[in-house]
Design a protein around this ligand. Structure first.
Ligand SMILES: [Zn+2]
Length: 260
């Protein structure tokens, strides 16, 4: 299997080193709300852009999505073990949904439209720290560990998850404007619409190969795709649940601050 070299993150210090950790936490908490924190402008020789390690808490331009999106359901899968790794993923320290403010605001009319139909967005992941993506890469290289194969990638060999586009060493999620989501009934018990495959099911049937889907499943996918693309998001052909904001605010920066 082809192993790609990860770009070494660079260090960008934005605060004095002499402050105590408690004070630093307070400074970050305040500055993330009130002060502009510069997004690293330095570049490394890679068209994918730099990985930022400067931001221990959220940088300006990111928000907790629940504070913007009325009634949204969140099931942050990488915070727990109900995911293809089978364990909590590095960098997810709290079940908080973080995304760029621009992408959260773009979801507002999506949610309103769905709510008018008695439906709601249910979001599985949005901002994903680079350390989480690194965890995925480490997991994928450990071909002995196939504990989750039956549930998550029964027909795809683990060593092919890279080449088939399900896992990459850089993810648009780390730029803060990609989101994994589905549609659910807005009423209790929030039944998800049947999309034919579950979230993160690494299989051709989660993408363009839809021959096995029922008419209802196709219609459900079309509903999600239609409402998202009408409000500025583009779909990903391999995964019905993945969308990214076309006009993303941080197109060249891969953030690494933890989700907390
Ligand atoms: Zn995604």
């Amino acid at each position: 299997m082809k192993v790609r070299t990860l770009i070494q993150p660079f260090i960008c210090r934005i605060i004095p080193q002499t402050l105590s950790p408690r004070i630093l936490t307070a400074v970050f908490a305040i500055s993330s709300v009130l002060l502009p924190v510069s997004v690293p402008a330095q570049s490394v020789p890679d068209s994918a852009g730099p990985v930022s390690t400067s931001n221990r808490l959220m940088v300006r331009g990111f928000v907790y999505a629940e504070e913007i999106l009325d009634g949204v359901l969140v099931d942050l899968r990488y915070y727990g073990s109900n995911n293809f790794v089978g364990a909590p993923v590095d960098g997810y320290e709290a079940p908080r949904l973080i995304m760029s403010r621009r992408s959260a605001e773009a979801l507002v009319p999506v949610q309103k439209e769905l709510q008018s139909m008695g439906l709601t967005l249910k979001i599985f992941d949005a901002y994903r720290p680079q350390q989480a993506v690194d965890h995925f890469v480490r997991w994928s290289l450990d071909t002995e560990d196939t504990r989750t194969k039956t549930a998550w990638y029964p027909l795809v060999e683990k060593e092919n998850l890279f080449d088939d586009g399900y896992i990459a060493e850089r993810s648009g999620h780390s730029r803060g404007s990609a989101v994994d989501l589905t549609v659910a009934d807005a009423r209790f018990p929030h039944q998800e619409l049947d999309m034919g495959t579950p979230f993160d099911f690494f299989d051709p049937s989660s993408g363009a190969a839809v021959e096995s889907l029922s008419a209802q499943q196709r219609a459900n996918r079309l509903l999600l795709r239609s409402v998202m693309t009408r409000h500025g998001f583009k779909p990903y052909r391999n995964e019905w649940w993945h969308f990214s904001l076309i006009d993303e605010p941080f197109p060249n920066t891969y953030f690494n601050f933890p989700v907390r």
